[in-house]
Design a protein around this ligand. Structure first.
Ligand code: SAM
Ligand code: SF4
Length: 329
Protein backbone atom coordinates (compact mmCIF):
# COMPACT_ATOMS: atom_id res chain seq x y z
CA UNK A 1 0.00 0.00 0.00
CA UNK A 2 1.24 3.50 -0.85
CA UNK A 3 1.10 6.34 1.63
CA UNK A 4 1.12 9.96 0.52
CA UNK A 5 3.30 12.76 1.86
CA UNK A 6 0.74 13.30 4.66
CA UNK A 7 0.77 9.63 5.69
CA UNK A 8 -2.63 8.87 4.17
CA UNK A 9 -2.97 5.53 2.35
CA UNK A 10 -4.09 5.72 -1.31
CA UNK A 11 -6.62 2.93 -1.75
CA UNK A 12 -9.62 4.39 -3.55
CA UNK A 13 -9.90 5.43 -7.21
CA UNK A 14 -12.88 7.37 -8.53
CA UNK A 15 -13.00 7.11 -12.28
CA UNK A 16 -15.21 9.18 -14.60
CA UNK A 17 -15.83 7.18 -17.78
CA UNK A 18 -17.55 9.97 -19.71
CA UNK A 19 -18.41 13.66 -19.35
CA UNK A 20 -21.67 13.20 -21.27
CA UNK A 21 -24.98 13.12 -19.46
CA UNK A 22 -28.68 12.69 -20.12
CA UNK A 23 -29.66 15.11 -17.31
CA UNK A 24 -28.67 18.75 -16.84
CA UNK A 25 -28.59 19.20 -13.04
CA UNK A 26 -28.13 22.94 -12.67
CA UNK A 27 -25.51 22.59 -9.90
CA UNK A 28 -23.37 20.39 -12.21
CA UNK A 29 -23.77 21.45 -15.84
CA UNK A 30 -25.01 24.50 -17.74
CA UNK A 31 -28.24 23.94 -19.67
CA UNK A 32 -26.69 24.68 -23.05
CA UNK A 33 -23.36 25.36 -24.71
CA UNK A 34 -21.53 22.42 -23.18
CA UNK A 35 -18.27 21.59 -24.87
CA UNK A 36 -18.08 17.82 -24.56
CA UNK A 37 -14.67 16.17 -24.68
CA UNK A 38 -14.15 14.69 -28.17
CA UNK A 39 -14.62 10.92 -27.99
CA UNK A 40 -11.05 10.29 -29.11
CA UNK A 41 -9.86 12.32 -26.13
CA UNK A 42 -11.68 10.17 -23.58
CA UNK A 43 -9.70 7.29 -22.09
CA UNK A 44 -10.47 4.16 -24.10
CA UNK A 45 -11.61 1.03 -22.25
CA UNK A 46 -8.19 -0.53 -22.90
CA UNK A 47 -6.50 2.52 -21.38
CA UNK A 48 -8.86 2.42 -18.39
CA UNK A 49 -8.05 -1.25 -17.76
CA UNK A 50 -4.34 -0.55 -18.00
CA UNK A 51 -4.72 2.33 -15.59
CA UNK A 52 -6.73 0.34 -13.03
CA UNK A 53 -4.20 -2.52 -13.18
CA UNK A 54 -1.39 -0.03 -12.54
CA UNK A 55 -3.27 1.53 -9.63
CA UNK A 56 -4.10 -1.91 -8.19
CA UNK A 57 -0.41 -2.78 -8.21
CA UNK A 58 0.18 0.38 -6.12
CA UNK A 59 -2.42 -0.61 -3.51
CA UNK A 60 -5.73 0.72 -4.83
CA UNK A 61 -8.39 -1.85 -3.94
CA UNK A 62 -11.63 0.09 -4.35
CA UNK A 63 -12.89 1.67 -7.58
CA UNK A 64 -15.95 3.83 -8.17
CA UNK A 65 -17.21 4.24 -11.74
CA UNK A 66 -18.86 7.58 -12.29
CA UNK A 67 -19.20 10.31 -14.93
CA UNK A 68 -21.11 12.21 -16.50
CA UNK A 69 -23.64 9.49 -16.58
CA UNK A 70 -21.77 6.17 -16.84
CA UNK A 71 -24.65 4.45 -18.66
CA UNK A 72 -24.53 6.84 -21.62
CA UNK A 73 -21.17 5.30 -22.54
CA UNK A 74 -21.50 2.29 -24.87
CA UNK A 75 -20.79 -1.13 -23.37
CA UNK A 76 -20.36 0.13 -19.81
CA UNK A 77 -21.30 -3.30 -18.44
CA UNK A 78 -18.32 -4.87 -20.27
CA UNK A 79 -15.99 -2.36 -18.65
CA UNK A 80 -17.47 -2.97 -15.19
CA UNK A 81 -17.00 -6.71 -15.57
CA UNK A 82 -13.41 -6.26 -16.69
CA UNK A 83 -12.62 -4.00 -13.71
CA UNK A 84 -14.28 -6.35 -11.23
CA UNK A 85 -11.94 -9.09 -12.52
CA UNK A 86 -8.72 -7.11 -12.06
CA UNK A 87 -6.45 -8.70 -9.46
CA UNK A 88 -6.27 -6.59 -6.30
CA UNK A 89 -9.56 -4.76 -6.89
CA UNK A 90 -11.84 -5.90 -4.06
CA UNK A 91 -14.78 -3.58 -4.54
CA UNK A 92 -16.29 -1.87 -7.57
CA UNK A 93 -18.98 0.74 -6.87
CA UNK A 94 -21.09 2.79 -9.24
CA UNK A 95 -22.57 6.29 -9.12
CA UNK A 96 -25.49 6.87 -11.47
CA UNK A 97 -28.44 9.19 -11.98
CA UNK A 98 -30.64 6.11 -12.41
CA UNK A 99 -32.36 7.11 -15.66
CA UNK A 100 -30.94 4.26 -17.79
CA UNK A 101 -29.86 1.98 -14.94
CA UNK A 102 -32.85 -0.17 -14.11
CA UNK A 103 -32.59 -2.77 -16.87
CA UNK A 104 -28.96 -3.48 -15.92
CA UNK A 105 -29.64 -4.19 -12.24
CA UNK A 106 -29.90 -8.01 -12.40
CA UNK A 107 -26.59 -8.12 -14.31
CA UNK A 108 -24.98 -5.69 -11.86
CA UNK A 109 -26.03 -7.97 -9.02
CA UNK A 110 -24.74 -11.06 -10.84
CA UNK A 111 -21.32 -9.53 -11.51
CA UNK A 112 -20.94 -8.53 -7.86
CA UNK A 113 -21.20 -4.75 -7.84
CA UNK A 114 -20.40 -3.65 -4.28
CA UNK A 115 -22.94 -0.82 -4.08
CA UNK A 116 -24.74 1.80 -6.12
CA UNK A 117 -24.96 5.50 -5.29
CA UNK A 118 -28.10 6.91 -6.82
CA UNK A 119 -28.39 10.68 -7.19
CA UNK A 120 -31.79 11.94 -6.15
CA UNK A 121 -32.20 15.45 -4.81
CA UNK A 122 -35.95 15.48 -4.18
CA UNK A 123 -38.97 13.19 -3.88
CA UNK A 124 -41.14 15.66 -5.75
CA UNK A 125 -41.53 15.19 -9.49
CA UNK A 126 -41.83 18.90 -10.32
CA UNK A 127 -38.83 19.84 -8.23
CA UNK A 128 -36.88 16.98 -9.81
CA UNK A 129 -37.66 18.35 -13.28
CA UNK A 130 -36.70 21.87 -12.22
CA UNK A 131 -33.35 20.73 -10.77
CA UNK A 132 -32.34 18.24 -13.48
CA UNK A 133 -34.10 20.05 -16.38
CA UNK A 134 -35.56 16.69 -17.43
CA UNK A 135 -38.82 14.94 -16.44
CA UNK A 136 -37.32 11.57 -15.45
CA UNK A 137 -38.28 11.19 -11.79
CA UNK A 138 -40.31 8.01 -12.36
CA UNK A 139 -37.38 6.22 -14.02
CA UNK A 140 -35.04 7.09 -11.15
CA UNK A 141 -37.55 5.99 -8.55
CA UNK A 142 -38.06 2.68 -10.39
CA UNK A 143 -34.29 2.18 -10.30
CA UNK A 144 -34.26 2.83 -6.55
CA UNK A 145 -37.00 0.25 -5.96
CA UNK A 146 -35.28 -2.32 -8.15
CA UNK A 147 -31.95 -1.86 -6.34
CA UNK A 148 -33.74 -2.59 -3.07
CA UNK A 149 -35.49 -5.66 -4.52
CA UNK A 150 -32.15 -6.98 -5.78
CA UNK A 151 -30.56 -6.38 -2.40
CA UNK A 152 -27.79 -4.18 -3.78
CA UNK A 153 -26.51 -1.78 -1.09
CA UNK A 154 -27.80 1.65 -2.08
CA UNK A 155 -27.01 5.19 -1.07
CA UNK A 156 -29.12 8.14 -2.16
CA UNK A 157 -27.09 11.28 -2.83
CA UNK A 158 -28.93 14.58 -2.43
CA UNK A 159 -27.18 17.90 -3.02
CA UNK A 160 -28.78 20.43 -0.67
CA UNK A 161 -29.61 23.70 -2.44
CA UNK A 162 -31.01 26.87 -1.00
CA UNK A 163 -34.55 27.49 -2.24
CA UNK A 164 -34.62 24.30 -4.33
CA UNK A 165 -34.98 21.20 -2.19
CA UNK A 166 -34.40 22.02 1.48
CA UNK A 167 -38.05 21.24 2.25
CA UNK A 168 -37.31 17.68 1.06
CA UNK A 169 -34.75 17.02 3.81
CA UNK A 170 -37.23 15.53 6.34
CA UNK A 171 -39.00 13.29 3.77
CA UNK A 172 -35.73 12.06 2.31
CA UNK A 173 -34.36 11.28 5.76
CA UNK A 174 -37.64 9.47 6.57
CA UNK A 175 -36.94 7.01 3.72
CA UNK A 176 -34.49 5.36 6.11
CA UNK A 177 -37.41 4.18 8.29
CA UNK A 178 -38.71 1.45 6.01
CA UNK A 179 -35.74 0.99 3.68
CA UNK A 180 -32.18 -0.17 4.41
CA UNK A 181 -30.81 2.83 2.57
CA UNK A 182 -28.16 5.38 3.38
CA UNK A 183 -29.45 8.88 2.57
CA UNK A 184 -26.61 11.37 2.19
CA UNK A 185 -27.01 15.12 2.13
CA UNK A 186 -24.17 16.83 0.27
CA UNK A 187 -23.07 20.46 0.49
CA UNK A 188 -23.15 22.13 -2.92
CA UNK A 189 -19.67 22.54 -4.41
CA UNK A 190 -18.40 25.10 -6.95
CA UNK A 191 -18.12 22.63 -9.88
CA UNK A 192 -21.14 23.75 -11.90
CA UNK A 193 -19.36 24.52 -15.16
CA UNK A 194 -20.00 28.27 -15.12
CA UNK A 195 -17.52 29.58 -12.56
CA UNK A 196 -20.10 30.85 -10.09
CA UNK A 197 -20.65 29.83 -6.48
CA UNK A 198 -21.92 31.67 -3.46
CA UNK A 199 -19.05 33.20 -1.49
CA UNK A 200 -20.66 31.70 1.58
CA UNK A 201 -22.66 28.48 1.60
CA UNK A 202 -25.94 28.89 3.50
CA UNK A 203 -26.85 25.20 3.56
CA UNK A 204 -23.68 23.88 5.10
CA UNK A 205 -23.35 20.67 7.14
CA UNK A 206 -24.27 22.44 10.40
CA UNK A 207 -27.53 23.80 9.02
CA UNK A 208 -28.47 20.45 7.44
CA UNK A 209 -27.92 18.73 10.79
CA UNK A 210 -29.98 21.38 12.55
CA UNK A 211 -32.99 20.61 10.31
CA UNK A 212 -32.56 16.88 10.89
CA UNK A 213 -32.41 17.40 14.66
CA UNK A 214 -35.57 19.54 14.60
CA UNK A 215 -37.42 16.82 12.64
CA UNK A 216 -35.96 13.78 14.40
CA UNK A 217 -35.07 14.79 17.98
CA UNK A 218 -33.71 11.26 18.68
CA UNK A 219 -31.19 11.35 15.84
CA UNK A 220 -27.74 10.45 17.09
CA UNK A 221 -24.18 10.27 15.81
CA UNK A 222 -22.88 6.89 14.66
CA UNK A 223 -19.20 5.99 14.36
CA UNK A 224 -17.84 6.78 10.89
CA UNK A 225 -16.00 4.10 8.91
CA UNK A 226 -12.30 4.81 8.23
CA UNK A 227 -11.74 7.37 5.44
CA UNK A 228 -15.45 8.27 5.28
CA UNK A 229 -16.40 11.62 3.78
CA UNK A 230 -19.85 11.46 5.36
CA UNK A 231 -20.59 12.10 8.99
CA UNK A 232 -23.05 9.32 9.89
CA UNK A 233 -26.25 9.55 11.93
CA UNK A 234 -28.98 7.09 12.92
CA UNK A 235 -32.59 7.48 13.98
CA UNK A 236 -33.81 4.85 16.49
CA UNK A 237 -36.14 2.33 14.83
CA UNK A 238 -35.00 3.20 11.31
CA UNK A 239 -33.44 0.51 9.08
CA UNK A 240 -31.17 2.85 7.15
CA UNK A 241 -28.84 5.66 8.16
CA UNK A 242 -28.09 9.25 7.25
CA UNK A 243 -24.88 10.88 6.09
CA UNK A 244 -23.92 14.53 5.83
CA UNK A 245 -21.06 15.27 3.45
CA UNK A 246 -19.27 18.55 4.09
CA UNK A 247 -17.94 18.66 0.55
CA UNK A 248 -17.57 22.45 0.48
CA UNK A 249 -16.53 22.90 4.12
CA UNK A 250 -13.94 20.13 3.59
CA UNK A 251 -13.88 18.69 7.10
CA UNK A 252 -12.62 15.25 5.99
CA UNK A 253 -9.37 15.95 4.11
CA UNK A 254 -7.17 14.66 6.94
CA UNK A 255 -8.11 11.04 6.23
CA UNK A 256 -8.55 11.28 2.44
CA UNK A 257 -7.59 8.01 0.72
CA UNK A 258 -9.01 8.84 -2.71
CA UNK A 259 -7.74 9.97 -6.05
CA UNK A 260 -9.70 10.81 -9.16
CA UNK A 261 -9.25 10.32 -12.87
CA UNK A 262 -11.40 12.55 -15.06
CA UNK A 263 -13.13 11.48 -18.25
CA UNK A 264 -10.19 12.83 -20.32
CA UNK A 265 -7.64 10.93 -18.22
CA UNK A 266 -6.42 13.74 -15.97
CA UNK A 267 -5.23 12.60 -12.54
CA UNK A 268 -6.54 14.67 -9.63
CA UNK A 269 -5.04 13.87 -6.25
CA UNK A 270 -7.53 16.29 -4.64
CA UNK A 271 -11.03 17.14 -5.81
CA UNK A 272 -10.13 20.84 -5.67
CA UNK A 273 -6.83 20.64 -7.60
CA UNK A 274 -6.54 21.51 -11.28
CA UNK A 275 -5.20 18.11 -12.31
CA UNK A 276 -1.67 16.94 -11.64
CA UNK A 277 -0.86 14.83 -14.72
CA UNK A 278 -2.45 13.57 -17.91
CA UNK A 279 -2.46 9.78 -17.72
CA UNK A 280 -3.93 9.69 -21.21
CA UNK A 281 -1.08 11.71 -22.72
CA UNK A 282 1.52 9.64 -20.86
CA UNK A 283 0.01 6.41 -22.17
CA UNK A 284 -0.37 7.73 -25.72
CA UNK A 285 3.26 8.89 -25.72
CA UNK A 286 4.29 5.25 -25.30
CA UNK A 287 5.20 5.38 -21.60
CA UNK A 288 6.19 1.94 -20.30
CA UNK A 289 4.31 0.32 -17.40
CA UNK A 290 7.32 0.86 -15.16
CA UNK A 291 7.58 4.56 -16.01
CA UNK A 292 3.83 4.98 -15.55
CA UNK A 293 4.07 3.51 -12.05
CA UNK A 294 6.90 5.94 -11.26
CA UNK A 295 4.81 8.89 -12.44
CA UNK A 296 1.77 7.82 -10.41
CA UNK A 297 3.89 7.20 -7.32
CA UNK A 298 5.45 10.64 -7.66
CA UNK A 299 1.99 12.23 -7.94
CA UNK A 300 0.68 10.30 -4.92
CA UNK A 301 3.67 11.47 -2.87
CA UNK A 302 3.07 15.14 -3.67
CA UNK A 303 -0.54 15.62 -2.63
CA UNK A 304 -1.92 18.82 -1.20
CA UNK A 305 -2.67 18.71 2.52
CA UNK A 306 -6.32 19.61 1.99
CA UNK A 307 -8.85 21.03 -0.44
CA UNK A 308 -8.16 24.62 0.63
CA UNK A 309 -4.46 24.33 -0.19
CA UNK A 310 -5.29 22.63 -3.51
CA UNK A 311 -7.80 25.32 -4.42
CA UNK A 312 -5.32 28.09 -3.60
CA UNK A 313 -2.67 26.44 -5.79
CA UNK A 314 -4.97 26.64 -8.84
CA UNK A 315 -3.92 30.28 -9.30
CA UNK A 316 -5.05 31.32 -12.79
CA UNK A 317 -7.54 28.43 -12.83
CA UNK A 318 -9.74 30.28 -10.31
CA UNK A 319 -12.69 30.74 -10.21
CA UNK A 320 -13.36 27.07 -10.87
CA UNK A 321 -15.01 26.58 -14.27
CA UNK A 322 -14.94 22.79 -14.21
CA UNK A 323 -18.16 20.81 -14.29
CA UNK A 324 -18.61 17.91 -11.90
CA UNK A 325 -19.60 15.90 -14.98
CA UNK A 326 -15.96 15.68 -16.05
CA UNK A 327 -14.62 15.10 -12.53
CA UNK A 328 -17.16 12.50 -11.46
CA UNK A 329 -18.05 13.74 -7.98
N1 SAM B 1 -24.35 11.23 -13.33
C1 SAM B 1 -24.10 10.46 -12.17
C2 SAM B 1 -24.93 10.93 -11.01
O1 SAM B 1 -25.47 12.02 -11.07
O2 SAM B 1 -25.02 10.18 -10.05
C3 SAM B 1 -22.63 10.41 -11.76
C4 SAM B 1 -21.85 11.67 -11.88
S1 SAM B 1 -22.33 12.99 -10.80
C5 SAM B 1 -21.18 14.23 -11.25
C6 SAM B 1 -21.72 12.38 -9.24
C7 SAM B 1 -22.27 13.07 -8.03
O3 SAM B 1 -21.79 14.40 -8.00
C8 SAM B 1 -23.79 13.14 -7.98
O4 SAM B 1 -24.25 12.55 -6.79
C9 SAM B 1 -24.06 14.62 -7.99
O5 SAM B 1 -25.19 14.95 -7.22
C10 SAM B 1 -22.80 15.19 -7.42
N2 SAM B 1 -22.58 16.59 -7.81
C11 SAM B 1 -22.55 17.11 -9.04
N3 SAM B 1 -22.32 18.45 -9.00
C12 SAM B 1 -22.20 18.77 -7.71
C13 SAM B 1 -21.98 19.99 -7.02
N4 SAM B 1 -21.82 21.15 -7.66
N5 SAM B 1 -21.92 19.96 -5.66
C14 SAM B 1 -22.10 18.79 -4.99
N6 SAM B 1 -22.30 17.60 -5.59
C15 SAM B 1 -22.37 17.58 -6.93
FE1 SF4 C 1 -25.55 14.46 -15.02
FE2 SF4 C 1 -24.86 13.50 -12.65
FE3 SF4 C 1 -24.16 15.98 -13.39
FE4 SF4 C 1 -26.71 15.48 -12.91
S1 SF4 C 1 -25.02 15.33 -11.42
S2 SF4 C 1 -25.89 16.61 -14.69
S3 SF4 C 1 -26.90 13.42 -13.57
S4 SF4 C 1 -23.45 14.12 -14.29
Amino acid sequence: MLFDNHNRPITYLRLAVTDRCNLRCFYCMPEEGIQYVAKKNLLSYEEIERLVKAMASLGVSKVRITGGEPFVRTDLMKLLKAIINIKGIDQVHLTTNGVLTRKHIPALKAMGIASVNLSLDTLNRERFAAITRRDDFDKVWATFESLLVHDIPVKLNAVVMDGRNTTDIPAMAALTKDHPVSVRFIEEMPFNGDGSHYPRLVWNHTKILQVLKETFPNIHKKPDPAHATASHYAIPGHQGDIGIIAAYSRTFCGSCNRIRVTAQGELKTCLYDHGVMSIRDAMRAGTSDEALLDMLTHAFRHRHKDGFEAEKARGAALPIHESMSTIGG
